[in-house]
Design a protein around this ligand. Structure first.
Ligand SMILES: [Ca+2]
Ligand SMILES: [Ca+2]
Length: 121
């Protein structure tokens, strides 16, 4: 009887950071005119068509999209503390940055490498 009961309970899935970003109930989106973070294609906030990103705490953008993958060379962070990743789905963490103007990518973040980002503060 007891064994049957346990078999009926679905396995409880432990949340890793990646899943938590999905399940936190927050929001993450691109294209806002009031962004938290802006990614630029070239250094010095140049290159045209920047990617504007918003996210609530512990949410992020799992993939910056084909048009913006591996191209970011400068960043403006307006709000929050953000982590930047080499791979999609918050893989291969590079560095954490707070609000500021980064006309060139600071140490720890490789040029033309960012594929996902997540807000952690
Ligand atoms: Ca670039
Ligand atoms: Ca990448």
């Amino acid at each position: 009887m007891k064994e049957n009961l346990f078999e009926a309970i679905p396995a409880i899935k432990e949340l890793d950071d990646e899943d938590a970003a999905t399940y936190s109930g927050g929001v993450a989106f691109t294209g806002s005119n009031d962004p938290d973070v802006i990614l630029y294609r070239d250094g010095g906030f140049a290159g045209g068509n920047p990617l504007a990103v918003n996210a609530s705490l512990n949410d992020g953008i799992r993939y910056v999209g084909d048009n913006f993958n591996d191209i970011t060379s400068s960043i403006v962070i307006i709000r929050g503390v953000w982590r930047f990743y080499t791979d999609a789905n918050f893989g291969a963490f590079q560095n954490t940055l707070g609000p500021g103007l980064y006309s060139n990518l600071p140490g720890g973040i490789s040029n033309d490498s960012i594929s996902s980002l997540r807000r952690v503060g």
